[in-house]
Design a binder for this molecule. Sequence first.
Ligand code: SF4
Length: 511
Amino acid sequence: MLITDYLLLNYKRCNRRTFLETYGDPQHKDPEKDFLLKLKRENKIHFRNVITARSLDYQQPSSSHRDWQLNALQTSELMQQGVNCIAMGTLSITFSQWQLALGDEIFLNKIDQTHHDLLSEIVFAATPSLLIKHPGKSRFGDWEYFPASIKLGRKAKPEYKLIAAFHAQILGIIQEKTPERSQLILREHNDCSINLDHWLMKMQDTVAECFAMLANYQEPEVFISRQRCSLCNWYGHCHKVAKSVKHLSLIPGVTPKRYEYLQAIGVDSVESLISISEANLGETLGYDVARQLKQQILSIESDRALVRSSFDLVNTQPIPSAAIELYFDIEAEPERQTDYLLGVLLVDRSTNIEQFYAFLAESPEDEGKIWQEFLDFVALYPDAPIFHYSEYEADTIKRLARLYGTPKEQKTAVLSRLVDLHHWVTKSVILPVESYSLKALANWIGFYWRETQASGDQSVCWYDQWLHTQDRALLELILNYNEDDCRATRFLKDWLLDFLEYQRQELIVTK
Ligand code: SF4
């Protein structure tokens, strides 16, 4: 059994993913998303940029990582020769080498006795971005190496640290000297040395746990988490599994932590969530969360929208409305930190005219220009509320105003006109959906995007492709997607206004 850094990285993010990568049917995997391919390309570019910026004099094994055994052999030869810096190498050891250095207790404690013989089949393989030589004592001579991982991320995430410790461990066993440090080289070339004392112990535990899960053939339970699953290639499969068992993770508000609490009180299915009393649930999750979850499950089971019990239907001012309204949505490229499209749908209710305006930066350098055009445009309709869905639009207005020196009064005037419909939805209604994303809500009330596969991530990929190919068809796709986002926001606003007004009238009549 091959235990690699890639396997461990996945394990740290989602143990089920490691299980599926090892035993799952590859046909159940989703096609590789464009966004992931883009990330892979950017990783390679970042790697080259780091090498160039540091003028690293490196050598690399002639074989690729795909032929990892040969690559490991060549890496070992380069270390033996005392090459200053080795890029894209592979470090590999057998379980008996690990056992000799660290013992096997941690593994034996975690697996069934019937699987002990599997231990001898373990091979560890690690692929640090760089191995950097410095003076010291190792089995190679008066030098030793430490590993460095080049990552595109801005933060030293725990999973990066764990993998950096894994690299240090395997390298330490090979060169018979644990490196003094293991380094992360992050975006903007920030260096971070990890605390090996802490992370080596954690890593050994994780390696043994991961092995035990695979050796014992324990398929981890599915848990759909939007943040974690959205970029995973097993999402389609896992979502199907979750749907088929009506898994609680499909209910908004059931986080991994809350799921643990629910299981501890015997609530592990939709039926048990329905039957438990709100008071009992409240003792474990808090009364507000319990009320919200009970309403959520009622909404899902009856496929009805409900007014949130905490919402004061009678005394809350209705959502702002005006003769002219603007619906605003942004497309942004997080890697370049560029907001490349500021889209606005103008709705003139007095004339029944709708017009979409797109302020599009055909190159990232045009961001300041489209920001000014947007400001000029919204200034033409000073009384029009600006509807949007999420905090991102307000944050972006602040960022762009800061970046391009917009006068404070102008920025404040625009901000004061924003109406966040996400805020309105989440404070006033419960809907029978799996998430409160604009897409999920708009789909439930009957709005559909022209391009069914379109998403924010896909728009970023189209923009990236546009920058490389100058194919205007890609810009059309981006514009259509953004326009549909604005129209969906408008659709949602109209629906929410009508729904709350209808419920308010009903309440007044019944009183
Ligand atoms: S879709 Fe989610 S639960 Fe399934 S393997 Fe991927 S990250 Fe894990």
